[in-house]
Each structure stands twice: as structure tokens, then as C-alpha cells.
Design a protein around this ligand. Structure first.
Ligand SMILES: [Fe+2]
Length: 246
């Protein structure tokens, strides 16, 4: 469970959590097996802006059952302060049909206009855990380019072409799409689905706002069978500048 501003939010596999800037928070493992989670933050950027500040309120250690009982359960998944979403659970993942991938589960994007990422009530600005991309067996995603993104493989195995090189990945691996507008495309050559968790960085959209002539073209591109030539085909051919997806 998460305790944030003295309120208790229970989480499990597939839950997405947003910690608002400067909110006191603490994680408790109330089960009998280790909890493993992925955390995304823009610490270097926040430090550079003199906003990166860590205050240690309690040390880690064994749970105190009395303490756990006394935290009030969440009244809402939305933050009482300004209504933004704090938590989304697995049964609330929204399946969308963006054509660049086999399917996309929409989680917590920044919701900025032009990003193609919904917010689902979250107000993630510096970093967002935005989506789960599904690639179907023997399909590839669209080919596109944009500033930095980050993927974490949840299921299956495949490879990405980034800047003309192949990088193979499987469940548990992470893929970094560098911030240099490198063309990239994701391939699933296997008989099973692949699923990748996608992270975005809000500064990317600030950058493209400043980018004279920047335009998105990859909305027109679709996921296609690997052996087919077509709109999704990349392999180093120029497709202009795209901003969406990963
Ligand atoms: Fe991408």
C-alpha cells in the first residue's frame, strides 16, 4: 500500500501511481512476497532547476500493524488538493486502438495536446508511465522518430531497430530510445504477443514546442506484418519528424 498525505491507497500488480511534487509518501509491503515496481522521475532536471529535494521522514523497516490500521482508506482515487488522479488499477487500464501498434493500453500520459497520450485524470508533467504497447505475433510497429522515450518489456520477446541497429529484448529488459530523433521500430517475430511499458518525459514536449518546423507525421503509419513492405516499414528510410508513440 501507498500512504500519501496520510491517506492509504492499496495497490497491486498493474497499478499506476502518481506522487505529486513535495507530497510526503511511504510504501508498505502488506503481503508475504517482495513487491517490485518501476519508478520514473526527472531527478536531474529537478535538481538543475533547484526543485530536486529529498527529505527523509522515516527510515525503512518492519511494518507496525497498529500504524497500518490507523491510516484512513482513500476516499477517492483523485487527490483532494486539486482533483488529479493518484492511482489507477489494472482493471481500469483503457484499451485503445492507435494504429501504430497492435493495441495500446492507455495509462497515465501527460495528456498534452498533440501527444496522442490521454491523461486518464493523471497530471504527470515531468515523467509519465503512459501506455502498454502490444505487438501482435509476426507484426511490427510503425517506424517513426521523436525525442527521448523509454520502454520496459513486460511480456514476450522481440527486437527494436534504433538508428539502423537491431537491439533484441525479452521480458524484463529495458529499451532506451535516445533523444536524437533516431528512427526506430519495434518487431515481434515470435508466435506470442509482446507487451512493453512506455515512459515519456515531459521536457520532450517543451523541446518540440520550441522546435521550429517540428511536425508529426507518424499518425498516418500503421503496424504491419513483418514480411510486408508498407507504411510501417522503416529500415533507415526517412519519414520526417514524428512525435507520437514509441
Ligand atoms: Fe517511439
Amino acid at each position: 500500500m501507498l500512504v500519501l498525505d496520510d491517506e492509504r491507497y492499496d495497490f497491486g500488480p498493474g497499478s499506476v501511481i502518481h506522487i505529486p511534487f513535495r507530497s510526503p509518501h511511504q510504501l508498505y509491503n502488506t503481503g508475504n512476497v517482495p513487491v517490485v515496481y518501476l519508478s520514473a522521475l526527472a531527478w536531474h532536471l529537478e535538481s538543475f532547476l533547484n526543485m530536486g529535494r529529498m527529505e527523509q521522514l522515516h527510515d525503512c523497516g518492519m511494518n507496525d500493524p497498529t500504524e497500518l490500521e490507523n491510516f484512513p482508506q482513500e476516499k477517492s482515487q483523485m487527490w483532494p488538493v486539486d482533483g488529479r488522479r493518484i492511482i489507477m488499477r489494472k482493471d481500469e487500464h483503457v484499451l485503445t486502438t492507435r494504429p501504430g501498434h497492435g493495441a495500446t493500453y492507455s495509462l497515465g500520459g501527460t495528456g498534452r495536446e498533440g501527444t496522442g497520450m490521454t491523461s486518464n485524470g493523471f497530471k504527470m508533467t515531468a515523467t509519465g508511465i503512459t501506455s502498454i504497447f502490444v505487438e501482435n505475433p509476426h507484426f511490427k510497429s510503425h517506424s517513426h522518430s521523436h525525442p527521448e522515450a523509454y520502454l520496459y518489456c513486460l511480456q514476450g520477446a522481440g527486437f527494436s531497430e534504433i538508428g539502423g541497429k537491431e537491439y533484441h529484448w525479452e521480458k524484463g529488459d529495458a529499451v532506451h530510445v535516445p533523444p536524437g530523433m533516431m528512427h526506430h521500430q519495434h518487431f515481434n517475430p515470435t508466435d506470442g504477443e509482446t507487451r512493453e511499458l512506455r515512459f515519456e518525459f515531459g521536457i520532450r514536449y517543451w523541446m518540440v514546442d520550441q522546435w521550429r518546423g517540428f511536425k508529426t507525421v507518424d499518425d498516418a503509419l500503421v503496424a504491419t506484418k513483418i514480411e510486408e513492405e508498407g507504411q510501417g516499414e522503416g529500415h533507415g528510410h526517412g519519414h520526417g519528424h514524428g512525435q507520437h508513440g514509441s
